[in-house]
Design a protein around this ligand. Structure first.
Ligand SMILES: [Zn+2]
Length: 309
């Protein structure tokens, strides 16, 4: 999977940075006392993508080299710059590069570059980027770079880039199909099933299919689906005749939920609206709510033989 491959790349990159940091530390130790010019203060930079309320976006995997967030999220990046020596707090700023359309920070020019002053004490300082969003489904990435000011440079701090942070914005997809009591689908009136048509006296229910969309099969939606059933029109407007909440369950990134059966329907116009609400487990996987399109159902006045269902 694409995301896994990125994880590998970034793990490799992280190892390189760790190696580079180790070398810098070793040089600093070796140089200490030898010459004032050789004295360096090593800073490390770690980052975390936050949602609008400052909670961290869920991790894409256990190692948290990538993060995920629901469709239309507004996010920002938190950078923490830590000095190897707690007596020297990094000062200066963090430049945040925000990339859209890539999880690899690999564009020649980032979509946006902003610089934010650092604040801190006791060897640790933080900065937060501006907010970005609402973001559509897809790949994004941040890279934060610590830029020491003159005072920090005098202490030996150097420009330090953080790892590329991957962010996947996930769009959950909800679709629906009205079924007869026996589980067979009600015939569609057109390609794409923009409406369905059933004979008078039909007993029907609605089936919602909730897919994790670009979140992949590892993220099966759990939670509930709310079905609103409207009588007398095809546009899901106004007050529903009934509202019902059903549990969504499934595997491999796809979950289902069903409303209960209606009473036998008189000829006329009906419509269903299904809305998926993720539970805490789904939210922890980066899944957000989703609404299906309004489903139109026409129940025909029977002419001729009464159909068997
Ligand atoms: Zn924050």
């Amino acid at each position: 999977m694409k995301f896994d491959r990125f994880s590998e790349i970034f793990q490799r990159r992280q190892r390189l940075w760790v190696a580079a940091l180790g070398l810098a530390l070793a040089l600093g130790v070796a140089g200490a006392g030898a010459s004032a010019y050789a004295q360096t203060s090593a800073a490390s930079i770690t980052t975390q993508v936050h949602l609008a309320d400052h909670t961290p976006a869920p991790c894409a995997a256990q190692d948290c080299l990538g993060q995920v967030a629901p469709n239309k999220s507004v996010v920002h990046d938190l950078a923490t710059v830590t000095s190897a020596d707690p007596r020297m707090t990094p000062t200066g700023s963090v430049a945040f590069a925000f990339y859209t359309g890539t999880a690899e920070c690999n564009l020649v020019r980032p979509a946006t570059l902003i610089t934010v002053p650092l604040n801190g004490s006791g060897g640790t300082a933080t900065a937060e980027s501006a907010s970005f969003g609402p973001l559509d489904a897809g790949d994004y990435s941040f890279r934060a770079i610590y830029q020491p000011d003159a005072a920090a440079k005098a202490l030996g701090f150097r420009t330090t880039p953080g790892n590329c942070e991957q962010l996947l914005i996930i769009k959950v997809e909800a679709s629906t199909l009205i079924h007869f009591q026996d589980g067979l689908p009600v015939p569609c009136v057109a390609l794409g099933c923009t409406g369905q048509v059933a004979p008078a006296g039909s007993v029907v229910h609605d089936v919602a299919i909730i897919s994790s969309g670009n979140g992949g099969p590892g993220r099966t939606p759990t939670g509930t689906v709310t079905f609103a059933f409207f009588v007398g029109h095809l546009h899901c407007g106004g007050r529903p005749a009934s509202v019902e909440v059903a549990v969504a369950a499934g595997t491999n990134g796809i979950a289902y939920a069903e409303s209960s059966n209606t009473a036998p329907l008189a000829p006329g116009a009906y419509s269903y609206k299904a809305i998926y609400t993720p539970d805490a487990a789904a939210i922890a996987l980066g899944l957000g709510p989703a609404s299906a399109n309004c489903e139109q159902l026409e129940v025909l006045d029977n002419q001729g033989p009464v159909p068997t269902r």
